[in-house]
Design a protein around this ligand. Structure first.
Ligand SMILES: [Mn+2]
Length: 400
């Protein structure tokens, strides 16, 4: 007997009738419209706040490793603040480790300053500070108490409440650069892209969007919309120059080590790569990207000891059910101060665990075995597999 689709559906679900379906779709479209409106007012809210801060000074802080998305966001915010006659400075704390990001700074001739306590940074002079593209508002330095958080703009999963004058967190955006482009588009001082500076900013933002959305594979509506706006202003030659994909020799070596040490458990691939130099840190994420191409693997975690001081790891997944943010937070938990060791977004995440006093251990080989055993067991526990067959890492082949 042939059963029509209608009949089958009727058997499974109570019939809500056509009216119920109309009401449901109406309310959901209203909801998304309301959300869209809330976001569309964000630019106005930002301009109003910047307007009230005319003549004041703003310290734009790049948290974590400077990358295309947070660098471009800082540049866009600097432009917006300067059109409101604010004085600005962009600082970062962690070295620009990825060679492509160093090229970005060099090719765009950017004036970013690395914070160094020995430098003469007159932090007292700043009325406000800003943080973009980060999950929390903590900084590695202590700012004077009069210095308030002016803007916080991000696209990661929201974590608690941010106490800032202007907060815009959109988990639906693939990049912070796309959000900043939306502000530029609505700015009353027109962003025309007809100066060197504006071309540079547009090009950096486009690179930020591309880089955070894996070349638009994970782009969302706002990323496309913002790219359309930027496309009129980007310097195509400059964009080609800064986005040329090249894998450094060090990352190649690291990938080889990661392959040697791979530990496949069901659809997971774990790999401890041993000791990694500070400047090669980004290679961990790049080799996790590469290993995810392996057939049958849905989730990859690569980790190592970076700069002899921190266990640093990257997670990549194509699983539809694994939430990197939750997964890493479940595995590693948080510090006594409540700071999570790991976090992430839709398809990627990372974690950093300081070695603390253990970094003084004179037997690096033994220390690595201990670290690897501990981390692997946490992973096995999380995915519910037996840890008995865990292999110990070999320090020498893990050294890059
Ligand atoms: Mn980002």
């Amino acid at each position: 007997m042939v059963v029509s689709n209608n009949q089958t559906k009727k058997d499974k679900e109570p019939d809500l009738g056509a009216d119920a379906a109309t009401i449901q779709s109406d309310s959901s479209s209203r909801k998304s419209k309301a959300k869209g409106q809330a976001f569309s007012q964000k630019a106005e809210e930002l301009f109003k706040i910047l307007d009230e801060c005319r003549g004041k000074s703003l310290l734009i802080c790049i948290k974590g490793y400077p990358d295309p998305d947070n660098i471009a966001s800082a540049l866009a915010l600097e432009w917006l603040a300067q059109t409101h006659e604010m004085k600005t400075k962009i600082i970062y704390f962690d070295s620009i480790s990825h060679h492509e990001n160093r090229a970005l700074v060099k090719k765009l001739d950017l004036e970013l300053e690395q914070y160094n306590s020995a430098n003469d940074h007159d932090l007292d002079a700043y009325d406000y500070f800003a943080i973009n593209d980060s999950q929390n508002a903590e900084l590695p330095i202590q700012l004077p108490s009069h210095c308030k958080l002016l803007t916080f703009v991000d696209h990661h999963k929201a974590l608690g409440t941010i106490d800032g004058m202007f907060v815009d967190i959109r988990e639906t955006a693939g990049s912070t650069s796309a959000i900043f482009t939306e502000y530029l588009e609505k700015s009353s001082v027109e962003f025309r892209g007809d100066s060197d500076l504006e071309t540079k900013i547009a090009t950096a933002l486009m690179h930020g969007i591309r880089s955070d959305t894996d070349d638009f594979v994970n782009a969302t509506a706002i990323d496309y919309k913002s790219s359309q706006f930027l496309s009129k202003f980007v310097d195509k030659d400059l964009l080609a120059l800064i986005s040329r994909q090249a894998i450094s020799a060090k990352t190649m070596d690291l990938t080889q080590v990661a392959l040697q040490h791979k530990d496949i458990r069901e659809t997971y691939l774990f790999s401890g790569v041993g000791y990694v130099r500070d400047e090669d840190r980004d290679g961990i994420g790049q080799c996790a990207d590469y290993l995810l191409h392996r057939e049958g693997i849905e989730t990859v975690v690569v980790y190592g000891v970076v700069g002899n001081s921190v266990i640093d790891g990257s997670l990549r997944t194509k699983s539809h059910t694994l939430d990197p943010d939750k997964w890493l937070k479940d595995v590693f938990g948080k510090t006594e101060e409540g700071k999570w060791f790991g976090g992430g977004r839709k398809d990627k995440g990372g974690f950093q665990i300081p070695l603390g006093v253990f970094s003084k251990c004179s037997d690096r080989e033994l220390l690595w075995i201990l670290i690897k055993k501990t981390i692997d067991e946490l992973f096995y526990d999380k995915i519910g597999v037996d840890s008995q067959s865990s292999r110990d890492g070999d320090l020498n082949s893990g050294k890059v």
